[in-house]
Write a protein that binds this ligand. Sequence first.
Ligand code: APR
Length: 234
Amino acid sequence: MSRIRNIVILTGAGISAESGVPTFRGPGGLWEGHRVEDVCTPEALAADEPLVQRFYDARRAALNAVTPNPAHEALARLDAAWPGDLLIVTQNVDDLHERAGARRLLHMHGELRSALCRACGERSSFDRADMAAAPPCPRCNARALRPDIVFFGEMPYGMEQIEAALEQADLFASIGTSGAVYPAAGFVQLASAYGAATLELNLDESAGTRLFDQSRLGPASKLVPDWVETLLAG
Ligand code: APR
């Protein structure tokens, strides 16, 4: 363990599942009867903006009913105590990592509690119930706010920072993701190529399990605190 200095952690919907946030591809993987893929594209927004805005308003409102679980809390403890470089890259758009206290955090697929202005590109924090009826953009005053969610086909946030962190990583850990969506699903190969050790913590085997040096199966609320304890014990 002592040779581990720089860590990159990727999280997916599975880390929030025990907080009550449905995953995308699990049994309950539908949102209000919609496949996420059907309401998470620029075309869907152009074709039926009210539907897409309502869909994300509902997911944003649902955040008020969920709280971080022991897995989020363990990662926040690791973030606070780890002396080396550490980056939590989350595919999740909920704010449970922040609410648990994580700081060195990057939302590569955007955030429910943020709005994106289509006119000037400003990202602003947003926590109202109805984005369509929201005030204009705080920077350019245009009435052009959309959910600050990276839709399928759009460029994820922070890719340069993520790739730089993977290049320096001694350990890459993937928690609660099916490995179904790129570029996140390719991070394990990138990390391995740069010489990092790779670990998967997931409820079930994922599409990428065979690519990891080690894979532990079980609920994140159990696996992650145990893993963090071991890391911090050196
Ligand atoms: N503990 C650990 N892992 C869990 C748990 C749990 N309690 N419950 C479910 N999982 C695992 C499942 O086994 C699955 O592999 O979490 C994973 C969830 O997979 P997905 O639903 O595909 O979610 P995710 O991998 O985050 O999806 C990636 O796809 O729809 C897009 O943009 C969306 O960010 C999302 C991306």
